[in-house]
Design a binder for this molecule. Structure first.
Ligand code: SAJ
Length: 426
């Protein structure tokens, strides 16, 4: 396939930007990765990788050594600009587009006729059009794609949204294999975007308009959040009935068309826990199920803490030490963003000295090398190895890392267990 994209500028070298930049560079396109953090830029230019992701360190080293990926703190000219910066949500649960706007402002002065601008950040509906208007305002000398505009005239700068859907731990494979949805502010933007993604995507490159692509991404993650909430609600119901939720889910999923997800201590990560709010904050009373699911999932950590304290009270003073197994937001990765496990440990680290003085608390997580900053202020909180953790009187299983799933039930016999992942209670 002809590839008339010779150079690409990736704005944002985080969990999405860096793997995507490296995979694009592997095709032979010259990539300039841009990040505001000079330490990240320095690390990458030295051929090192600031992110834990299977296969990524080797790929970054290779494309940097080949001169196909370089990093800088400010952008340069390119054929295509990809924006992969964070879109956090503020306390009011409204999406914060300030990083996206700053990225657009950083490239606007160097945009040229024929450029393509792609937003990969997860954004609320309408944000891609907003980005096109920002460019138009900053560069009145250029025509920029416009929704409902004259499709017979190709704008100087084309703008589209292509949300990512790669799974941490499987990123390099999914960047190539996953189907992609490319939503253009105009049709020419979608088609040009598809031509770009086809340079490295083996999956289907499906085109649509930008609003549909924006809501498609948010719907994918809201769908998962609602289904996790369903599993978590079943967990509460099973507790009332004295039924094993793990056995219930396993049996129900033998139905050919039922796939109930796994209950847990809450929903972490910077996606599933965040993206549904982009719909709720815009649609409020029209998104009641999505909002209720968010409340159920974000309430899980407090339920787990309540369970731990109930078990502690019931132990009649026999439990003098508690070990929490797991800090990351999901198994077998080191990412702690929005981790419910950390929220639970934080609650316990605050509550125990007040209501159960003398009961020690420790954490175990082989994937998380440093004590997360949220927990660093608790001087009595210790990070220990598996064996030392298993010596505690109470074991709170929060993240089912592969190493934890290999711990035989015999090693926790006689202990008080709060097993939120069904490692020993299936
Ligand atoms: N979780 C449960 N029970 C489950 C599944 C997940 O409690 O049955 C919890 C996990 O422990 C974790 C959270 O939900 O705390 C999210 O984990 P996840 O594996 O569901 O998703 P992410 O955030 O790692 O990745 C998701 C994926 N989206 C979907 O599965 C629809 C991924 O494809 C996206 O690219 C990513 O969000 C993203 O960046 O949007």
């Amino acid at each position: 396939m002809s590839n008339d994209f010779k150079t690409c500028v990736m704005i944002g070298l985080g969990y999405i930007g860096l793997p995507t930049a490296a995979v694009i560079a592997r095709t032979g396109i010259k990539v300039l990765g841009v990040d505001i953090n000079p330490r990240i830029v320095e690390t990458i230019n030295a051929g090192n990788c600031p992110i834990e992701e299977k296969g990524l360190p080797e790929l970054v080293a290779q494309v940097v050594a080949d001169g196909r990926l370089a990093a800088a703190t400010s952008p340069a000219h390119g054929d295509v600009f990809v924006i992969a910066v964070p879109t956090p949500f503020e306390e009011t649960y409204k999406p914060d587009l300030s990083y996206v706007e700053a990225a657009v402002r950083s490239i606007a002065p160097i945009l040229e006729r024929g450029n393509l601008v792609l937003l990969e950040s997860t954004i609320p509906v309408g944000a891609t059009e907003q980005a096109a208007r920002w460019i138009e305002m900053l560069r009145p000398d250029l025509t920029v794609s416009r929704r409902g505009g004259d499709e017979s005239r190709i704008a100087d700068v084309l703008v589209a949204h292509c949300p990512e859907r790669i799974l941490p731990g499987q990123m390099l494979r999914e960047l190539v294999e996953n189907d992609r949805v490319i939503g253009g502010v105009c049709r020419a933007s979608a088609e040009r975007g598809r031509a770009f993604y086809k340079t490295f995507v083996g999956g289907d490159c499906l085109i649509t308009d930008s609003r549909t692509a924006e809501l498609c991404k948010l719907s994918e993650n809201a769908f998962r959040d609602v289904n996790i909430a369903f599993a978590n609600e079943l967990s509460v119901i099973c507790e009332e009935y004295g039924i094993s939720v793990w056995e219930l889910v396993d049996l129900a999923n033998h139905h050919p068309r039922v796939n109930i997800l796994q209950p847990g201590p809450g929903v972490g990560g910077h996606c599933i826990a965040v993206d549904p709010w982009f719909i709720v904050s815009a649609m409020d009373d029209k998104a009641r199920l999505i909002r209720e699911a968010r409340w159920i999932n974000s309430g899980r950590p407090r339920l787990v803490v309540r369970k731990v304290l109930e078990e502690l009270d019931a132990s009649d003073g026999k439990v003098r030490s508690i070990a929490c197994f797991g800090l990351s937001y999901k198994p077998n990765i080191d990412d702690v963003r929005e981790s419910p496990a950390i929220e639970i440990v934080e609650y316990l680290a605050k509550d125990l000295p007040l209501y159960h003085p003398g009961v020690s608390l420790s954490v175990v997580d082989p994937f998380v090398s440093e004590m997360p900053k949220h927990l660093a202020s608790f001087s009595d909180l210790k990070k220990v190895g598996v064996d030392e953790g298993l010596a505690a009187d109470m074991i709170v299983m929060l993240v089912d890392h592969r190493q934890f799933k290999e711990i035989p039930a015999s090693r926790v016999a006689g202990k008080v267990l709060v097993d939120t992942r069904g490692v020993w209670s299936r």
